[in-house]
Design a binder for this molecule. Structure first.
Ligand code: 3SL
Length: 243
């Protein structure tokens, strides 16, 4: 498997269409996506642009839709939910279509939406995503982080490293490392693997969230490893569902 990692949508090579892509945004978009789908959301439709989201969501019956998202870490005015993985509980999301827009995560999803196959990764569903990939052992896999407005994010590299470590340990066909970002992500995983929440809180985005108020439950949820079974999978451009 040819394995590459890009830190954010901005670093992703223009026009590159990978065979398999995995997007991660540990704090918090892909953790929220995993929790919502694990908790029975029908599907999640992602948007970089809020106006497009609102227009599209109105084509859906109001009783079966939820609008979810943040800007600068805060809930978008008029939306049902912010971007917290602990809010997307079964009583709220089961059977609903979620329309979601976030500052960075949904942008990364959009740059790879033409990939042959697209999954999302968070720490809680790391093993599920890894096992799904290992059942196929694609020729080419590209992991894309989300960062913060084009800047690097430590916690996305942590999740990328967690996935890479699992793939290296279990691949039967072998892994060809394409770029140094893969090696760096693996090193970050090795340093922080026994203190995942510590890593998230040390990261600049963790500090940003702490400055917005108490996010202890979000940190706990985002730092859990391998406790979810869902593999959010793109079923049509911009739409993710449980696999
Ligand atoms: O940038 C994003 O996509 C969000 O996950 C950021 S936040 O954690 O909701 O602030």
């Amino acid at each position: 498997m040819e394995l590459s990692y890009f830190h954010s949508a901005r670093d992703f090579p223009k026009g590159f269409v990978p065979e398999y892509a995995v997007v991660t945004d540990v704090l918090r978009a892909t953790t929220t996506i995993s929790c919502a789908l694990e908790n029975g959301a029908e599907a999640i439709e992602t948007f970089a642009d809020v106006d497009n989201l609102i227009k599209r969501s109105q084509e859906w019956p109001s009783f079966s839709r939820l609008l979810l998202g943040e800007r600068g870490g805060k809930k978008i005015e008029g939306f049902d939910l912010g971007n917290s993985p602990v809010q997307v509980v079964p009583e709220i999301v089961k059977g609903k279509r979620l329309f979601m827009s976030t500052t960075n995560g949904t942008r990364s999803l959009h740059v790879v939406q033409t990939a042959g196959c697209l999954y999302t990764l968070a720490l809680p569903n790391r093993r599920a995503v890894a096992e799904k990939l290992l059942s196929v052992e694609p020729r080419q896999l590209c992991i894309v982080g989300s960062g913060w407005e084009g800047a690097y994010s430590l916690e996305d590299s942590l999740a990328a490293g967690a996935l890479i470590s699992f793939l290296l340990d279990h691949s039967s066909k072998g892994i060809h490392v394409v770029n140094d970002e893969v090696i760096a992500a693996l090193s970050i995983w090795k340093v922080w693997q026994n203190d995942l929440e510590g890593c998230l809180r040390k990261a600049t985005h963790g500090k940003r969230l702490e400055s917005l108020g108490n996010h202890d439950e979000d940190f706990k949820c985002c730092a859990r490893l391998d406790n979810l079974y869902v593999v959010p999978t793109q079923i049509e451009p911009g739409v993710l569902s449980a696999a």
